[in-house]
Design a protein around this ligand. Sequence first.
Ligand code: FES
Length: 576
Amino acid sequence: MARGLKEGLTNYGDADFSLFLRKAFIKAMGYSDDALDRPIVGVTNTASDYNPCHGNVPDLIESVKRGIMLSGSLPMVFPTISIHESFAHPTSMFLRNLMAMDTEEMIRAQPMDAVVVIGGCDKTLPAEAMAIASNDVPAIVVPTGPMGVGNYKGEALGACTDCRRLWAQHRAGGVDKAEIDVIGGRLVPTVGTCGVMGTASTMACLMEALGLALPMSATAPATHAERRRIAEASGKRAAEMAIAGSPKPSSLITQASVRNAMIVLQAIGGSTNGLIHLIAIAGRAGVKVDSDEFDRLGREIPVLLNLKPTGTGYMEDFHHAGGLPALMRELSSFLDLEAPSVSGGTLGDSIADAEVVPGQDVIRSFAAPQTKAGAMAILRGTLAPRGAVIKQSAASPGLMRHTGRAVVFDSLEDMATRIDLPELDVNADDVLVLRNAGPKGAPGMPEAGCLPIPMKLARMGVKDMVRISDARMSGTAFGTIVLHVTPEAAVGGPLAVVQTGDRIMLDVEARRIELLLDDVEIDRRLAAWKEQPPRREGATRGYQKLYEDCVLQADQGCDFDFLLGEGLVTMKAGNS
Ligand code: FES
């Protein structure tokens, strides 16, 4: 098999000429024949002026390159798309699959014997993991690492749980304009990813749990020297993998490692987005995530991590408490410890080396967990025939079983227009419903599922209500919020026909989410909806058209239908 520069030659119809030309051009960069005869390790460059979560990527690239060269291989850095949460219109999720395709194809198109993918902000690690699962070149993931912790008037602050909490206080009149401006300058004190157990931290943990990243990769702070040493070690390891030709992602992303990742996702109090991304990553490798199994695990595995938004700590605290290996030691009786890791050993080896930190209160034991149940529960019922998810660890115990009157918002625009109107007919025990905010509906499944508490109720001190939507929410958010209702309203899920005044029942213990109407009435309404579904102007060109034509529902990871791994079947958009 061709290796190094000889790999994947440009097709001119004369392989020798193709190699001659390739060498001639690359020599313009000053490379010697010795360098060009080495195995090649590609390194993704996801630095961008628009992406502060990747602000340390240039430093990490230097460290990765050092590790590669110390091992006698040639690093080749190449750019890919970079996505930051707050700089992506309409949503970062809309662009995740584009980044996955870009990364996959650039790895395929250019000669490399192994690749180091560097990412961090929410959608970037999932996109990169989807890419490496699809092209199956030996690969190692280097997360950018969590940002530092800010401070305001003696209180620790971290994006973005505290962004939301303090903004809610500002809306309710408890924090004035001058104060919120000062807070805005302190919430993100360094480069790196959000410092709580949001989506970025969740995905970094899942990279370790899947065996795609070296131990401690998930938690070392973005600005610490240790982060750069992990990058160097990852470069060294990638060079070894380039020579050995293994392990490949297909030997790492397996039923066993995906189950390990599900266990970790429950135990860390992970982001609901983590479930969608895990389904998508596993799907690329032809592994199906069984949501019923995930739910069962949630009944057995408590949240063991005392981190925001479920607890009080920050990612830096988690790192100092021993990081993911120490957490997985607590979970070892549930995990498949034989699952291989990109480190060259097994998951069990990573756990065996975990640090023991006396007196730490971040990683809890089974005997004294952070919450009794796991992070998430999968709900089903007449409102969500193919499922919905609730992050029960960040919900209000008093609302976990609740029946209330639906107050329906037809779209994000409708919600923005009406939610704060003084005349809005809404009470604290109503159920707020947002629809047409799913994968196709918005499009891009915005993180709008954490509907704001209507202003008049917020000012009366209401802090939580049951909220239901086909949207996602940030992993840093909290509340009794039912998300990813599938099928979404835009493709004719029952959410499309809920009317203000209908009764909705949520029962998390029973895993039910029910529209309290008889089946005949629901069918009648759905038939009428199908006769005349509200039409949004669909895209006619470009990536948006590709997205709208091909995106799957949340229970299939919102991947594109033509990118699923071998053996997985695209489900129809409808209810079954
Ligand atoms: Fe990038 Fe939170 S905004 S990780």
